[in-house]
Every structure is written in structure tokens, then in C-alpha cells.
Design a protein around this ligand. Structure first.
Ligand code: TRP
Length: 348
């Protein structure tokens, strides 16, 4: 067999290289507080120690937005601006555009032969998303298969760390199944397995108290929200529907304002004291909400200001994405060549 020796897969400098991080976001709308807590804050940390790639997942966004490609296109630079606004530094984090990386599609086509339809249908995130979107039996094939494409995203960069929210764990699990299949078949450790990196707050509920903050559920606070938007969102926030009078004892569990204080308040002792006061009665929703609103306003103001600066110069943002994509093209093509050759495909 013309199977290359394992050593052929390792470039000289590889052992000295930093470990690789890959993650991405669908470009369907602006990023929100759920993204921020679930993954973006970890990315800020990881860019200091890792070679980090962040992907504008416009191709994946199309798997359930093919009726509205304009929305997907318009959000490419919007999400890139969110990245830059939170402090991702293009010197340390390579921002790239998924649809401009053809090697990803080619890898996906190979990986689709390594997963079964039944396995895709069992993926808990896919199952839940099918239910939420009301696809029933009319599931776009690209949607059902996107875990295989996401495996291509992750492995094409030979990433070992993937900072994501809890809902993405099944994708990483499926990626690693594909990696093991390929490694077993080629007889070498061709691709590394990837580990998820979760944050302390695994899942931020929406302001309406539903399990997940999501733009499509209309219960999100965007990172680019105006001070008025933030104020309005906090006013609308779900608390304890039985807490009618200030003097009534209130429930903290399932009370979004307290969940957010757990997530955002640096003074957790004060939060504990507020919780017991609320439980006893005598603490009004308005007081707790005012504390949360001040925290959110302070956290989001600098992000909004930096974003406003990038908004005045979209060409600069586009150039950052273009440069990052060129770098990503090289790496993903290298991986594709490596996989094809290790599988023993006919290479011209
Ligand atoms: N599926 C992810 C989401 O819905 C986005 C994504 C695309 C991604 N490719 C990825 C995440 C690769 C991690 C790694 O947010």
C-alpha cells in the first residue's frame, strides 16, 4: 500500500507549536450574552496561550436559513465586529470565513461516509433543534448532516480544544468518533481528538426564563444592545410570578434575575445575602433588577464602544477576515491532502 509513514505527517516545528483551538458561530444574528458567557470569555483567555481559530460559520448557518441567504451574508461582518469588540485580537486569533474554505466541504464529503443517518438522528442537539424548528419530517439533508461538517471544521485545523456552550458537546463527541474511525482505518494517529472547554455558567437562560438564550427565541440580550435595550430587557425579565408584594417571600430558583447575578456579579457574597433576603420577603424585584442592570450596563458599555469604532470601518474588518481566511485556507488544505493520502485515495 502507498500509505505514508506516520513521520511524514509531522512537520519539524510541530512539537514547538502552540496547541490549536477552533470554534465558530453561525452568522445568523448578533452574538449575545449567552455566547459571551458560554464561549467568548474562554476565547479571550485561550488566545493568550493557544493558536486560536474562530470561524464565521456561514455555511452551517445556511443549513437552516437557505431561504434567507442575505441574512447570513449580512451577519458575517456583524459577528466579526462582535469578535473584535469583545477583544479578540487578530494577531492572536485567526478569524476566518467558513464558506471560503473549500477543503472543509471536501472533508465533510469524506466524513459523511463515516457516519450513519441513524447516528445523526440520535445526536441530541440535532434532535432538539429539529423539534424547535418544527422540521418534523422535512429536515434539510444539510441540516441533519451538519455534525459531520462540524467535524470537518474541527479536524481541518487539527484542533485539540473547542470552547463552546453545553449544547455543542454532542458535536464534539461525534467529531471524536469520526477521528477514531479515521485513525483506526489509516493505522496512524492522523488527527487528534478534541476536548470541549466549558465555562462555569454552562447555559444562560433567556430573559423569559426559557432554558436557552437564543436570538431566534427572541429572549436574548445582544452584546451590541443599546443602554435602552438593556434596560428594557431587565425590566421584562422573568422573576417569580408569585412574588406579588415586596413583603411576600420570593423564589430564587428559576428566577432569571438571580441566575444572571450568579453569572455576572463579582460579589457573590452580596448575591447570597440578597437571595436570603428575597426568600424571607421584604426585597422587591425592582431593587434586585437595578443591581443587575448596573452590572450589565458596565459590562457591555466598553464592548459597544469598541464595536462602534469598527462599524465606522467595515473595510478594515473585511480585510481582517480575508487575511485570516487565507491563513486558514492553507492549513485546511494541508489537512485535506494528508487525509486523502493517508486513506490511500488516488491523488493527481
Ligand atoms: N454549531 C455551532 C453553533 O451552533 C457553530 C459552529 C460551527 C462550531 N462550526 C463549529 C462550533 C466548530 C465549534 C466548532 O454555535
Amino acid at each position: 500500500m502507498n500509505r505514508p509513514e506516520p513521520a511524514a505527517f509531522h512537520t519539524v516545528a510541530e512539537s514547538e507549536q502552540k496547541p490549536v483551538v477552533l470554534t465558530g458561530d453561525r452568522t445568523t444574528g448578533p452574538l449575545h450574552l449567552g455566547h459571551y458567557l458560554g464561549s467568548l470569555k474562554n476565547r479571550l483567555m485561550l488566545q493568550e496561550s493557544h493558536d486560536q481559530f474562530v470561524m464565521l460559520a456561514d455555511a452551517q448557518a445556511l443549513t437552516d436559513n437557505m431561504n434567507d441567504p442575505a441574512r447570513v451574508r449580512e451577519n458575517v461582518l456583524a459577528v466579526a465586529m462582535d469578535y473584535l469588540a469583545i477583544g479578540l485580537d487578530p494577531e492572536k486569533t485567526t478569524i476566518c470565513l467558513q464558506s471560503a474554505l473549500p477543503a472543509l466541504s471536501e472533508l465533510s464529503m469524506l466524513y459523511l461516509n463515516l457516519v450513519t443517518v441513524a447516528r445523526l438522528e440520535r445526536n441530541p442537539t440535532i434532535k432538539e433543534e429539529i423539534r424547535l424548528r418544527g422540521f418534523e419530517r422535512d429536515i434539510p439533508a444539510g441540516f441533519l448532516c451538519y455534525p459531520a461538517a462540524q467535524a470537518a471544521d474541527i479536524t481541518a485545523f487539527r484542533a485539540t480544544v473547542v470552547p463552546v456552550g453545553e449544547d455543542q458537546l454532542p458535536m464534539i463527541e461525534q467529531t471524536n468518533e469520526i477521528v477514531r474511525r479515521i485513525n483506526r482505518q489509516t493505522g496512524v494517529t492522523l488527527l487528534p481528538e478534541a476536548a470541549p472547554m466549558l465555562s462555569r455558567i454552562r447555559r444562560l437562560p433567556g430573559i423569559d426564563g426559557r432554558a436557552k438564550m437564543s436570538k431566534s427565541l427572541g429572549n436574548a440580550i445582544a452584546l451590541s444592545a443599546s443602554p435602552q435595550d438593556i434596560s428594557h430587557a431587565v425590566k421584562m425579565m422573568f422573576t417569580d410570578p408569585d412574588h406579588l408584594r415586596v413583603s411576600d417571600p420570593g423564589k430564587v430558583e428559576g428566577n432569571v434575575v438571580f441566575t444572571y447575578l450568579d453569572a455576572f456579579d463579582p460579589d457573590q457574597e452580596a448575591v447570597a445575602a440578597l437571595k436570603s433576603h428575597y426568600r424571607r420577603g421584604g426585597l422587591g424585584d425592582g431593587t434586585v433588577k437595578a443591581r443587575l442592570e448596573a452590572l450589565l450596563q458596565a459590562e457591555l458599555a466598553p464592548i459597544r464602544e469598541r464595536r462602534a469604532a469598527f462599524e465606522t470601518d467595515p473595510e478594515k474588518v473585511r480585510a481582517i477576515v480575508a487575511a485570516g481566511t487565507r491563513r486558514a485556507q492553507k492549513i485546511t488544505q494541508e489537512t485535506l491532502d494528508m487525509v486523502k493520502s493517508a486513506l490511500g485515495l488516488f491523488c493527481l
